[in-house]
Design a protein around this ligand. Sequence first.
Ligand code: 26Q
Length: 796
Amino acid sequence: MKEIFLKKLENQLGLTRSDPTSFMFVKALAETASELIRTEWNGTEKTIREEKLRRVYYFSAEFLTGRSLRMNLMNMGLWESAGELAASYGFDLLELLEEEPDSGLGNGGLGRLASCFLDSLASLKLPAMGYGIRYRYGLFSQAIEESRQREKPDAWVDKGDFWGVERPDDFRKIYIGGHVHMSQDQKGKLQFRIDPSEVIHAYPFDYPITGADGKNIGTMRLWEARSPQGFNLDLFNREEHIPAWSDDDQARSLSAVLYPTDQGVKGKHLRLKQQYFFVSASLQDMTERFRRDFAGDWQKFPEQHVIQLNDTHPVLAIPELMRLLMDREGLPWETAWDICTRTFAYTNHTVLSEALETWPVTFIHDLFPRIAMIIEEIHKRLENDLSARENGNSYRIIRNGLIHMAPLAIYGSKSVNGVAALHTEILKDSVLKDWYAVYPDKFNNKTNGITHRRWLIHSNPDLTALIDRGIGKEWHGNPEMLSKLADLSGDSAFLEELKNIKDRNKEKFSRYLKKETSIETDPSSLFDFQVKRIHEYKRQLLNILNIAGRYLDMKDFPGREIQPRTFFIGGKAAPGYFIAKEIIFMANRVGETLRKDPLCKGKLQLVFLPNYRVSMAEKIFPAAEISQQISTAGKEASGTGNMKFMMNGALTMGTLDGANIEIFEKAGKENNYPFGLDTPGVIEARSNYSPGEFLSRNAGAARILEAFEKGVFGPPEDFAPLLGHIRHNDEYLVLPELEAHRAALEATDRGYADTMSWQKKSLLNIAGSGYFSSDRTIGDYNRDIWHLSPLGSSPK
Ligand code: 26Q
């Protein structure tokens, strides 16, 4: 290793310098790891190909990887040597890791789930490949200026992509726009030829996914868009520099930016092009490899491949595979359709109707005319299949000039899954009820999970060491064995150690925050977190209003004893989501008011964490004592942050929503703080609710809103948009649940006062968290949908 490293470092340094900067050092270290990974990686790819192993292809518009150096060094067994190398140059390896750019090619839960899945697939030695887009700009970085969110581009590629390996020989051509020419061959069979108005080249970059012991290396293949002809040399020679680059810039713009919204956008041609771009490139890749290796025996395609669609974003893959099989390979419709419906599987991540994807038929016609023809034919055949059904309308793929992506996904897939038990039930009995009636066997649940390697072993080494001392190390490979910790719940020395580790992690987080943001916090206070994308349904507003209420109580009764508590709220708002941005503004304003009031010192603080991202999350979970998961019941499909908190010993203060329900089951309700309306309760409460009338009867809620309107938190007019909104349109029942949320906060304060019983609850949460490892989730997908054999399991 050292030899390779010195070579790489020499390359970094060039001729003029002798002392590496920390960035150069890290880059050289990553390149060293890369080179050592390469051998194993080639081996994995070779085995899959030679043994003709069935493989899952995870199609996702987002992969929220975060940093990789620590995981890769540890998985490859290079951690110790890397530490020594660093020390010999006077560096601290842990500090060096902070120099790696945090790869944020995703918005939130859905993108992070994709990355956790790739980690588990590699660790379980299952043959897999992730396919997506190599955005040049990941999710924007968030700054807070004058209490408001400001977005700045995240140019992660420019800072240095440590891991991507370019494969220029595997580029694919993507046709956009133009016309379809139909002709007949000698046998009278219809032929389709696309005469495109635009051709884009897709260049693949491969990223290694090192499994737990570095023996099976998975692949994430991300596509980058380029112009086929590069820049225009003729224009350049005529000194027309800007026009000379315009074709290339336009082509590259296709993979330039991740859309920064996690609910979908309307009317954006570029987004639709991105989706088609990456699925077309990926399917051409797969079909061409298959043609080479299987001599075009297409019946075998579904035996060799299963494609998991991460939401509807990659759903154009269904008509695109139809096109490739029919127009390129000459298969008849029926055969092609049969192959598709045996290959695809679809995961739904939302019940919010505004988030279900639709695209105008005209867009698809203009951008992908051949795909439009195929979707129309699928639509017609679906109409025929289901003509006898009532409610025929809800099945239609094309309705009111819009293509509905979920119906296309369901019809073209063999499996449809939700991401938590409650979510799947809601799909079956309301959102997709009619579909469930026709295809009950397609529907199944796969409760989400998170990789315990990143989210516990690597981000909380002290807790990991304690667990190892308590129950041994076997749980690293079999996380459900964490349940053995329950045997130690009466061991006061062990609980004491658990507390000490949490205290140390809180201090560490405090120091990190001070360094990153210059915000000071008191690690002896209770650390309470709500970190996730900002959304009305996630109800950050509920949290903020009760923090404001707590402050008003303190002012009214300054002598009253109170549990010192620090509330942390973090998350990004979609740049076009006005109300979400107003919520960030309010959080910051309340935070500032508390900070300025000496009454709050050592008792009550609200910190808005700027630029919440994977690398910050890794420092948050180990330091958390309360995890707030307070979405309106029925709205959060699953949540996955909730699992990361639980696994690090935080107690959940949450509603009966998404995976919270399963968390309460596995860790015990009595060890957590469930509160609020359940899903039927929400529907019932909403049916006769008017915020105005509610406020006239509820002095507690009215008092908090009025404090803002009286200027307690700064100029009242600043809050007028948000408060005006909530007074008239409280779709997510913030006001009616204020009281239940306040009561839950108080219950946690009381619970926290009994230190040892709190630690016991914390331990029982960790003990129950093994189920939420993505290893379990991947095992479930494999058992029910994928049916893959691990590498090394087939007899030679
Ligand atoms: C769609 C069309 C156009 C532009 C953007 C989008 C888009 C992008 C991202 C729509 C949705 C998303 C992301 C959704 C998401 O993160 N959902 C979360 O998925 C998690 C993993 O299953 C769940 O735990 C969360 O409950 C769910 O909100």
